[in-house]
Design a protein around this ligand. Structure first.
Ligand code: HEM
Length: 522
């Protein structure tokens, strides 16, 4: 679940590397173009210099920034230009600014002035005071409302601590052990179904192919699977469509927008559905059925006052958890899958590692992996981590700086959003040499590519950091590792051919566009 990366369109190119290359070339030429434009940005950190940028000049006056040493960059008057550029291409936006200003810069996010940073020193300094910073005020208005009063991202203090304690019960190790079998079975069925859809390409060579659209099918699959893990079943299509509408509403541009209104209706419908379902499970005395593990945990969950949750709160929590998980897990599956398309050796290594773990002379390769098996897939797990690094799907969390402070050598005025952005260290040559290269070995201790800092909290934080750090990233990693293992065992040897240009949607997170299609060889 993440709140910041939001945009449309995306790079189109026949391979992820080329897509990234295009982004970079675009970034370089647009940086050159901007450098020669008369409305230039404040590049030296001196907020008194605006080089003809009237918006920035007026904005800095109104915000009382003149004479203070803010980071380099541009906020503008209301932050409109920066916000629109950010939502159009969030990863490129950050990359261009880091190239131009370095790892700490000021800008505007969702029309609020913001300081974005990602150097190890800045991250360490940030962690010394992050726990005191409110997250709620930094969220876009539409998100705040649809995230509801029960949403963790809006909470702080004792209320938030109680909510986090409950997350441990449904996203911690014991929970993952409980979910592993369903994840394994559903993933295998998904891949078998895909393979069963294959058809002969031509009469002559008997080549069998199957068309696969990861931008749609991973989303569908992840949504079904997470409904099943958290609600014990997959509701009918209507509620799946409602979840998609809710997702769109959360980060709509304003409360006036049709997306926001549909998101509101979808949320009400989903909460009603979950509440009725939860009540029916309780009434039937079925809470001890293992498929209702999630309900069972929440039926005894306590809030900050020691009170058990109301049915409405449990139902809303179910909706928020399915939402927070499905789009993130689907994005990661899609990114990791497409990155493997370019790496035949890596595909085979993933398939090999899986067969070593689950195949035996007794039962062939039919055993469903346990959590221990999945955690022992060191190479495959490293592929998922490297995919998160090479193709970041979310930004970091947003926090509001409540009072003037000095941070990272700069003056940060009260009201500025502070955000530690994982995309900055992900591309830092000193931490990840050849950052454009896809090298899962970086995340395997003892290999030549493994750097001391690769998995440190202050350099690799795809799920954010601090009080609201993602509690679900391990679930997404487990789902993706199993998905890759099953997919590569069936299709990894011969790989696939792209049928359409690769495109990315970045609303509300960076994810493959539904139109992207490949042909898998069976
Ligand atoms: C690769 C997949 C994922 C990524 C990249 C990701 C990213 C993030 C980020 C960056 C945050 C921090 C926001 C902040 O600091 O303000 C976050 C929070 C959160 N994520 Fe994830 N997430 C992922 C998967 C999941 C999954 C599978 C779940 C399962 C339910 C989940 C549930 C949550 C929740 C509940 C929070 C809020 C925590 C809090 O406010 O205390 N996420 N996520």
């Amino acid at each position: 679940m993440a709140t910041t990366a939001r945009a449309t369109g995306g790079a189109s190119a026949p391979s992820a590397r080329r897509a990234r290359g295009d982004l970079e070339r675009g970034a370089r030429s647009s940086a050159r173009a901007r450098a020669s434009a008369s409305f230039d940005d404040d590049v030296d950190g001196d907020s008194n210099r605006h080089d003809g940028d009237v918006g920035q000049f007026l904005g800095a006056m109104i915000r009382g920034e003149r004479g203070r040493k803010l980071p380099p960059g541009r906020v503008g008057l209301f932050g409109c230009r920066e916000t629109l550029e950010y939502v159009t291409d969030p990863n490129g936006f950050v990359r261009r600014r880091v190239e131009r200003y370095g790892p700490t810069f000021k800008t505007a996010m969702f029309f609020k002035p913001a300081v974005v940073f990602g150097s190890k020193d800045a991250v360490r300094e940030f962690l010394t005071f992050e726990a005191e910073l409110p997250a709620d005020e930094a969220l876009p208005e539409t998100f705040r409302e649809l995230h509801t009063e029960y949403g963790a991202l809006r909470m702080s203090g004792k209320r938030h601590q109680a909510t986090r304690a409950n997350f441990k019960r449904v996203l911690g190790r014991f929970a993952l052990e409980t979910y592993a079998e369903t994840i394994g079975e559903r993933t295998r069925a998904f891949v078998e179904d895909l393979s069963g859809r294959s058809r002969s390409k031509s009469e002559e060579n008997g080549e069998k192919v199957v068309s696969f659209r990861p931008g749609v099918e991973c989303v569908d699959f992840a949504l079904d699977l997470l409904f099943e893990l958290f609600l014990g079943h997959v509701p009918d299509e209507r509620y799946k469509r409602a979840m998609v509408a809710y997702n769109a509403g959360l980060l709509s541009l304003g409360k006036w927008s049709p997306e926001f209104k549909s998101g509101r209706t979808a949320l009400d419908e989903l909460v009603r559905y979950c509440e009725n379902h939860f009540r029916s499970v309780v009434a039937a005395n079925e809470l001890d059925d293992p498929k209702y593990f999630f309900y069972k945990q929440y039926s005894t969950a306590k809030d900050e006052n020691g009170e058990t949750f109301s049915d409405e709160r449990i139902a809303t929590t179910c909706v928020l958890m399915v939402w927070g998980a499905y789009i993130e897990a689907a994005a990661l599956m899609g990114h990791a899958f497409t990155l493997l398309g370019e790496h035949a050796d890596t595909r085979r290594a993933v398939a090999h590692e899986f067969s070593d773990a689950v195949c035996s002379p007794m039962d062939g390769c039919r055993r469903i992996a346990t959590l221990d098996d999945i955690m022992a897939l060191k190479f495959t797990n490293a592929v998922t981590k490297e995919s998160l690094r090479v193709m970041p799907q979310t930004a970091g969390g947003l926090r509001v700086n409540p009072s003037d402070r000095s941070f990272d050598g700069y003056d940060i005025p009260a009201g500025y959003v502070l955000t530690a952005d994982p995309r900055i260290p992900f591309r830092d040559e000193a931490i990840f040499p050849d950052p454009d290269e896809f090298k899962p070995e970086r995340f395997i201790a003892g290999t030549a590519e493994a750097g001391a800092n690769n998995v440190a909290n202050d350099t690799f934080f795809p799920g954010g950091m601090g009080q609201h750090q993602c509690p679900g990233i391990n679930l997404a990693t487990v789902m993706t590792s199993v998905f890759l293992a099953e997919m590569m065992s069936t299709f990894g040897d011969r790989g696939w051919r792209e049928k359409t240009e690769k495109r990315y949607v970045t609303v509300p997170i960076v994810i493959l566009d539904p139109s992207y299609e490949v042909e898998l060889f069976v």
